[in-house]
Design a protein around this ligand. Structure first.
Ligand code: ZN
Length: 298
C-alpha cells in the first residue's frame, strides 16, 4: 500500500522532515492538521482550548519526529500524541489548572465555531439522521466522546481500527468492547435527541425537563433515555434508526480554515513548522491578510 495523502508520498515527507527539512515539516503539518483538528475538536466538543490542544499536538509531533522509528507509522503516532494531549487536558481541567468558569463558558458562547457538533453539521451539510447522530454526540461523557472522535474517523474511512486501538493504548479486542459500549450510549442519545425535537412534545417528558438546565450531559441522557424506553410516545423515536456506521461512511473531515475562522490555521502551521512555541505565543509572525487555504490545500 502506498502511504500517501492527496497524492503526496507521506513517508518520504516524514523522512525529509525528520532529517531537518523545514519545508517538509510544514507540508506534513498542513496535510495532517485537518485530521488532528477533527480528533481534538470532536473529543473536546465546545471547549475553548481545542486550538491550543491541536497546536500542542502538532508541535510535539513535528519537533519529536526523531523519536519516530518507523516513518510509515506517522499517522498512528500522530493520533496517539493527540489522544495524550487530550488526556493531559482532562487532567489539567480536573486538577483546576483550567478554571471551571472557562469550562462553563464553552456552552455559553454564542459563536457556533466553539461547538464542533454545530460546525460539523454546518460544514458538512448534515441533515436528517446524520444530523441527529452529530447532535447525539453532545450527550456522551468525556471518555466516550474521545473514543467517538476516533471511531467516527474510522467509520468515515480516515483511520484504521489498528490506529484507533493504538491511540487508546488498548488491544483490538478491548477496543471493540469499548466501541460497542460507546455505541449503545450513542444510540440511546439519538432517541433522546429525537424525543426532544418532537413536535408536539411528549407531555410526560416536558415534566421531567422542568429540572434540566438545557446542557446535554451523560446524567441527563440516562434520565431521558430511561423515560424514552418506557414511554409509548418517546420510544417511537428509536424505531427506523439507520445504524450510525452507515451514516458516517465516507464523511469528510471538517475543514480547518473554516473551523478556525480563517486566522488560527496558518498560526498552527507556522508554529508547527518553525518549532518555536515562544514566538507563536507572542504572535510575532506576520498575520496573512488573505483568506488561508490550509484546510483545502491539495
Ligand atoms: Zn415520552
Amino acid at each position: 500500500m502506498v502511504n500517501s495523502v492527496n497524492g503526496v508520498d507521506v513517508t518520504a515527507l516524514v523522512v525529509a522532515a525528520r532529517d531537518g527539512d523545514q519545508a517538509a515539516g510544514e507540508r506534513l503539518a498542513a496535510l495532517y492538521l485537518p485530521l488532528v483538528y477533527n480528533v481534538v475538536g470532536r473529543a473536546l466538543n465546545g471547549h475553548p482550548d481545542v486550538d491550543d490542544v491541536v497546536q500542542e499536538t502538532m508541535l510535539r509531533a513535528i519537533s519529536g519526529l526523531s523519536s519516530l522509528r518507523d516513518p510509515t507509522r506517522f499517522r498512528s503516532w500522530l493520533v496517539a500524541i493527540a489522544m495524550n494531549e487530550i488526556r493531559r487536558h482532562w487532567r489539567e481541567s480536573q486538577s483546576g489548572a483550567i478554571s471551571a468558569d472557562r469550562l462553563d463558558d464553552a456552552f455559553d458562547l454564542a459563536d457556533p465555531r466553539a461547538d464542533f457538533v454545530e460546525l460539523t453539521i454546518l460544514r458538512l451539510g448534515l441533515t436528517g439522521q446524520r444530523r441527529q447522530v452529530a447532535e447525539a454526540t453532545r450527550w456522551l461523557d468525556e471518555d466516550d466522546r474521545a473514543l467517538l472522535s476516533l471511531w467516527w474517523l474510522e467509520t468515515a474511512g480516515q483511520l484504521s481500527r489498528a490506529e484507533v486501538a493504538a491511540a487508546l493504548e488498548l488491544s483490538q479486542q478491548h477496543t471493540a468492547v469499548r466501541v460497542q459500549r460507546m455505541k449503545a450510549q450513542l444510540e440511546a442519545a439519538r432517541v433522546v435527541v429525537g424525543a426532544l425535537a418532537a413536535d408536539p412534545p411528549c407531555v410526560l417528558l416536558e415534566d421531567i425537563l422542568g429540572g434540566w438546565d438545557g446542557v446535554p450531559s451523560a446524567l441527563w441522557r440516562k434520565r431521558l433515555a430511561r423515560h424514552a424506553r418506557e414511554c409509548t410516545v418517546c420510544s417511537g423515536h428509536g424505531s427506523g434508526l439507520v445504524p450510525a456506521e452507515g451514516l458516517l461512511v465516507g464523511l469528510a473531515l471538517v475543514p480547518v480554515a473554516a473551523a478556525a475562522g480563517g486566522a488560527v490555521a496558518p498560526e498552527l502551521l507556522s508554529t508547527a513548522a518553525h518549532l518555536t512555541p515562544a514566538s507563536a505565543a507572542t504572535g510575532t509572525s506576520a498575520r496573512p491578510t488573505s483568506r488561508p487555504s490550509a484546510g483545502t490545500r491539495p
